[in-house]
Every structure is written in C-alpha cells, then in structure tokens.
Design a protein around this ligand. Structure first.
Ligand code: MLT
Length: 306
C-alpha cells in the first residue's frame, strides 16, 4: 500500500480520499525541515500547501518519494529541478481555487475603488468620516488583466458583468479566445497606458518578475488602481509606494508580497493601500476543492501510474 504524508494543514477531505482509495496516510503538520528530512524516506507521496517547502535536501532524503502534490496552483515552494532530477512528479490543482481567487481580486478592486477597509476602521473608531471618502465607480472603466488564464479569464468575466471594458495582456491568449471571452487583447505597454485599474493573474517567472515596474507605473493614467492577488515579486513594491504617495496611483490592494509572511512592510500605512495576508484561495469551497483534487490525483498516480 503506498504511503502519503500530508505535511500542511488542509481539509480533512484529503485524508478521507486517500483512505477511500486505499492509500495509507499520515497527517503531520508543522514539521521543521530537519524533522521532515528524518521521516520523508518512509513516504511515496508528499502533499503540501505553502508552509512546507520541499527543497533539494528534503528531496534527496526522500528515497521512496514518487510524487509531491501541491493543494493549490503555484508550485514555487517546491524545488522542481531537484524533483525532476530525482524522477519525482510534481502536481498542482490548477482549477480548485480559481473562482475563489478571482472573487478576491474583484473584492480587492471594489475595496480599493471605495476605500472600504479604511472607511470601516475609521467609522468603528467613532469618526464618521463621511466627507473624507470619495470613491470611483467601476462602471464603464477599463480593467487591464495581466495573465488571462484560468483566474484572469474568471476575473474578466466578472468585470464584464460589472459593465467594465476589459483589455488583456497574455502571450498565450489566442485572438479567438479573446473574442470568446469578450476582452480586447493588447500589448503590455498599451495595457498600462489605457487601464483605469490593473489586476495581475500571472505566475512569477523570470519574464514576469517586476512586471509592474517603476517605468510601467509611469505610463499609467493618474488615478489608476493596482490589484495583485497572484504572486509577490510581480510588483516593484518601492515604486508602488512612491506612486501612491505621489497620488499618481489612486489605490493599491495587494494580497501577496515579495517576501511572505509580510509582518512588516514599507507599504504598510501608505495612504490608500490595502493588504490581505495571501487570502486569495482561502474559502471553505476552494480549500475543500484543492484538498480533494490533490488527493485524487496523487492516489491515481501512486495506484496506477497515471
Ligand atoms: C495558490 O498558489 O494556489 C495560491 O496562491 C493559494 C495559496 O498558496 O494558498
């Protein structure tokens, strides 16, 4: 019977799926790297979210490991090269949390447009600061979507429902798909020049690192809104702070940061800045979906090699 270790907190549905499929499963979360190295050789599969970071040393100690499953989309916490070199398959769940993340991006867009977090805090402080908040409508505005894959497309669909115009940059977006989605495919610089709000839905790879750069922020319209619920490192955080302080960027809402957990950050306290702690995928539904999907996929692989 293959044996799997669930090393990060995830829905109990994953354990149940493994048991139902005849896969032996241990759930041991909060292990240090050394503790994981000590026990990993006992396992054929390792299921993680984002706290566990299987690196080359852990993978080298994993003598029997055949598969690492990430209950989520990004696999940036896993050393893919070390895994591939050892013949360990890495799998993710690209669909399970896409709706939840798209909904968070839309929530961040509204929060930024109307400064809801700050209005709420000040109201509850007894200030009644009615005259301090004048937001902007999203109706008729242009949303620039960077990365129009699973999540970007869901965001575009929702923005169109809000009667926004959607322009998208994505080298993999075909003209046919753009027409089907109802978005206008544009080049990156054009997106920065035309958008009233920009939302990011691309992985962090060499070509996307710092894609929201100081130079590109300089191309945007005054009053632009920036939302990032994808990956930290896509945005030049220092340049964003400067643009917010200069009043060029109206508001920015980041769910992800270059260094996480971001317990202190130069952007914290900047006017019109909203932060959430990488909550993009954090709903009951999404966490159940990704747990079930990762367990099913890992069980398929361990039991049938498919
Ligand atoms: C993902 O990659 O699925 C999301 O960023 C969610 C997460 O890491 O928790």
């Amino acid at each position: 019977m293959p044996k799997v270790l669930i090393a990060d907190k995830m829905s109990a549905a994953a354990t149940q799926v493994f048991k139902n499929r005849g896969v032996d499963v241990d759930v041991i979360t909060g292990l240090s790297k050394e503790e994981l190295i000590d026990i990993i050789a006992d396992y054929d599969g390792l299921a993680v979210r984002s706290s566990t970071r299987p690196d080359a040393e852990i993978i080298a100690a994993a003598k029997n490991l055949k598969v690492i499953g990430r209950a989520g989309i990004g696999v940036d916490n896993i050393d893919i090269k070390a895994s591939t070199d050892r013949g360990v398959v890495v799998m993710n769940t690209p669909f399970g949390n896409a709706v939840t993340t798209a909904e968070h991006a839309i929530a961040m867009l509204f929060s930024a447009a109307r400064q809801i977090p700050s209005a709420s805090t000040r109201t509850q402080n007894g200030e009644w600061p009615k005259s301090d908040f004048k937001g902007v409508e999203l109706f008729n505005k242009t949303l620039g979507v960077i990365g129009c894959g699973n999540i970007g497309a869901l965001v575009a669909e929702r923005a169109l429902g809000l009667k926004m115009k959607v322009i998208a940059f994505d080298p993999y977006l075909t003209p046919e798909r753009a027409v089907k989605l109802g978005v206008e495919k544009v080049e990156l610089d054009e997106l920065f020049q035309r958008a009233d709000a920009i939302t990011l839905h691309t992985p962090l790879v060499e070509s996307t690192k710092g894609i929201v750069s100081r130079a590109r922020l300089g191309m945007t319209k005054k009053g632009v809104i920036i939302v990032n619920c994808a990956r930290g490192g896509l945005v030049d955080e220092e340049a964003l702070k400067d643009a917010l302080e200069a009043g060029h960027v109206r508001a920015a809402a980041l769910d992800v940061f270059a260094v996480e957990p971001a317990k202190e950050h130069p952007l914290f306290g900047t006017p019109n800045f909203i932060a959430t702690p990488h909550l993009g995928a954090s709903t009951l539904e999404a966490q159940e979906n990704v747990a079930v999907q990762v367990a099913e996929q890992m069980a398929d692989y361990l039991l049938t090699g498919a």
